[in-house]
Design a protein around this ligand. Structure first.
Ligand code: AMP
Length: 276
């Protein structure tokens, strides 16, 4: 496994690779969710490249950029075990030496996470485009956990005629349903228990839908009531939307994306499910 800190270093290596390249962009502090992406890339491509970069441009002022968890040594051990070939760990200066070009994906970024985190997807799309240009993968792997991010990246790839395939990997969960996330490390014991409410609310939505409930407002109402019963939880949004446009639905026509953001104490968590 080669650990590379510079763009020129990755470019040099990339130039020597003739077989297929699978790429997994991450912000590090790796868990089994990230590793599912790496395993999938390992199974489907010859050379696996993982990037670890806590991208400052996707954090708004007052968000958790400074406190975002980091442990490079541990991450590299995990990646070595998964037989990763190349790990790209650039500094902020390497990625943004002097910079004035941005990628704005319009429409879908104005909803959900985009509405609550202004500038977030502009930062995501821009850094992912830069990483694609540096690594030049044939396939890049993203988690369904960040459903809106998947939509934004797919749209960017399609609109800008980028020559690669986006592969989406299902959300990996803890045994009690909590979606794995680097941010879960911030949860106290009590908050960790409260955090299962996101999965419970999504499960309730799926149960109601399977039971014949088609009224999105009714499902949103029941999810809201469930979460309101947890004193440590405060709702950012609960959405039941068209899976392509993210337009909110009144009467559910499948497939619909149910997604939510909930603050547990100070930690903001997101999760989603698809009503089929
Ligand atoms: P992050 O380091 O949080 O930026 O995540 C890097 C990639 O891992 C993104 O494509 C995420 O969607 C994906 N990911 C994060 N958590 C999970 C999870 N629990 N299951 C599947 N993929 C995940």
């Amino acid at each position: 496994m080669q650990v590379i800190e510079t763009v020129s270093g990755v470019r040099n290596l990339r130039g020597q690779i003739k077989n297929s390249v699978g790429f997994v962009p991450t912000m590090g502090y790796l868990h089994d969710g990230h590793l599912a992406l790496v395993k999938r890339a390992r199974a489907e491509t010859d050379t696996v490249v993982v990037s670890i970069f806590v991208n400052p441009t996707q954090f708004d002022v007052g968000e958790d950029l400074v406190s975002y968890p980091r442990d490079l040594e541990r991450d590299l051990e995990f990646l070595e075990r998964e037989k990763t070939d190349i790990v790209f760990v650039p500094s902020n200066k390497e990625m943004y030496p002097s910079f004035s070009t941005w990628i704005d994906v319009e429409g879908i970024t104005e909803k959900l996470e985009g509405l609550h985190r202004p500038g977030h997807f502009r930062g995501v799309a821009t850094v992912v485009a830069k990483l694609f240009n540096i690594v030049q993968p044939g396939r890049a792997y993203f988690g369904q956990k960040d459903a809106q991010q998947v939509l934004v990246i797919k749209r960017m790839v399609s609109d800008l005629k980028m020559n690669l395939e986006i592969v989406v990997v299902p959300t990996v969960r803890e045994s009690d349903g909590l979606a794995m996330s680097s941010r879960n490390v911030h949860l106290s014991h009590e908050e960790r228990r409260a955090a299962t409410v996101l999965f419970k609310a999504l499960s309730l939505a799926e149960e109601l839908w399977r039971g014949g409930e088609e009224d999105a407002d009714e499902i949103r109402f029941q999810m809201t009531s469930l979460i309101a019963g947890i004193s440590l939880a405060s709702i950012g949004y609960i959405s039941i939307a068209n899976i392509g446009t993210l337009e909110e639905m009144k009467i559910i026509t499948p497939p619909a994306l149910v997604s939510l953001a909930v603050r547990i104490g100070k930690t903001r968590l997101i999760d989603n499910a698809i009503l089929k």
